[in-house]
Design a protein around this ligand. Structure first.
Ligand code: APR
Ligand code: PHB
Length: 389
């Protein structure tokens, strides 16, 4: 088989890139090591920047998001027993869209099938080859046979644990990482959210986040130790702890109910530089990871795809390599700004081993300044709604 762009990974990065290429008449194939149901079974974040909303519309896969998504003009910061709304739209003229990544991925898969895109699921031992020379190709195993796809370019959209970044010589890669000394214990429950907007809570017992997937489905998180075990957290214990970390007004009116998903996620910041090696491009989680505090992971995948697609379209339409040559530096500039913001929000909102009483007072003083200064609120708001592409 031969294609123009071989995409490794059928998550948001791969699907978004694949759809933009298909819409532009640029042949592409997506390979994934698992199947569609497995991908759709993953529980992920759910806050979209206007840039991601625009990319979904550009891909022609935004209809259900506009119909079922929840536009949010603000969110609350809760600390010291108080609750402060940050007016995102008033401060920036922009809003965010609450719409689950699972739904977005489903919409992109449906669009790909409707437009005849080729996706090879259950592709074993996918491997990129010869991407440092003119004739790259990808191999994979399926039904006991090893297949080869010759291509012009390879897009490594295969996430943090994928094969693409690991296929680059270590000497050609520089990585930057910070692992946080805690995780997030999250649940999904079909109960009405405690508030119509998100609540990010700083508390001496630890961080908490009240989010949602719809007006009848809540997504809640509490900071927990990395050695916590899911089996030690009944729903009752989870909700008791969550309520202890929220202002009384929210704790008292919280509707609880049985969770149907419960998981613990570790938090890390990670960036691999550069994001391009000859004919191989790293996209999304394959190149960078952010703690979910700033809701940037999915949104950074969108801006990476924006830069890469523009470069590939320019290459095929104008025979210019300027765009693909600029991909890594353009993407990394926005990546590092989002990594900084996510690190900053995580540092401000969580209880670290060395925070102590003094550190808690400093965090509360910073939050108090932040919500009382238009300049400081605007700075946070413009990062949260998404910096320009
Ligand atoms: N071969 C083929 N496919 C692979 C391989 C491999 N060796 N390794 C991983 N994959 C596939 C995974 O099965 C997954 O479907 O690549 C896909 C990567 O998808 P994501 O991890 O979702 O990464 P990305 O598309 O960049 O989306 C980033 O997803 O994980 C969240 O928080 C993250 O919201 C962010 C978004
Ligand atoms: C979520 O709804 O899963 C979510 C929302 C905002 C975040 C992180 C996760 O910052």
């Amino acid at each position: 088989m031969r294609t123009k762009v071989a995409i490794i990974g059928s998550g948001p990065s791969g699907l978004l890139l694949g759809q933009l290429l298909t819409n532009a008449g640029i042949d592409n194939v997506i390979l994934d090591r698992v199947n569609k149901d497995y991908i759709l079974g993953r529980v992920r974040a759910g806050v979209l920047e206007e840039g991601m909303v625009g990319m979904l519309d550009r891909a022609g896969a935004g209809a259900r998001m506009h119909k079922e998504g929840l536009p949010h003009d603000g969110f609350s910061l809760a600390f010291d027993g108080r609750d402060h709304r940050l007016d995102l739209f008033g401060l920036t003229g922009k809003r965010v869209m609450v719409y689950g990544q699972t739904e977005l991925t489903h919409d992109l898969m449906d669009k790909r099938e409707a437009t005849g895109g080729v996706t090879i699921y259950d592709a074993g031992n996918v491997a990129p080859h010869e991407f440092d020379v003119a004739s790259p190709y990808v191999t994979y195993e399926k039904d006991g046979v090893t297949h080869r796809i010759d291509c012009d370019f390879i897009a490594g959209c295969d996430g943090f644990h994928g094969v693409s970044r690991k296929s680059v010589p270590e000497s050609a890669l520089q990585t930057f990482e910070r692992v946080y000394p805690f995780g997030w214990l999250g649940i999904l429950a079909d109960v009405p959210p405690v508030s119509h907007e998100l609540i990010y809570a700083n508390h001496p017992r630890g961080f908490a986040l009240c989010s949602m997937r719809s007006e009848t489905r809540s997504r809640y998180y509490i900071q927990c130790a990395l050695d916590e075990k899911i089996e030690d957290w009944s729903d009752e214990r989870f909700f008791d702890e969550l309520r202890r970390r929220l202002p009384v007004e929210h704790a008292e009116r919280m509707v609880t109910g049985p969770s149907f998903e419960k998981s613990i996620a570790p938090l890390r910041s990670f960036v691999a530089e550069p994001m391009r090696f000859g004919k191989l491009f790293l996209v999304g989680d394959a190149a960078h990871i952010v703690p979910p505090t700033g809701a940037k992971g999915l949104n950074l995948a969108a801006s990476d795809v924006h830069y890469l697609f523009d470069g590939l379209q320019e290459y095929y339409s104008e025979k210019s390599a300027a765009g693909i040559d600029a991909y890594s530096s353009r993407a990394l500039k926005r990546v590092w700004r989002a990594v900084r913001f996510s690190w900053s929000m995580t540092t401000l909102m969580h209880r670290f081993p060395d925070t102590g009483e003094f550190g808690q007072k400093i965090q509360e003083a910073e939050l108090d300044y932040l919500v009382s200064s238009k300049a400081a609120s605007t700075a946070l708001a413009e990062n949260y709604v998404g910096l320009p592409y």
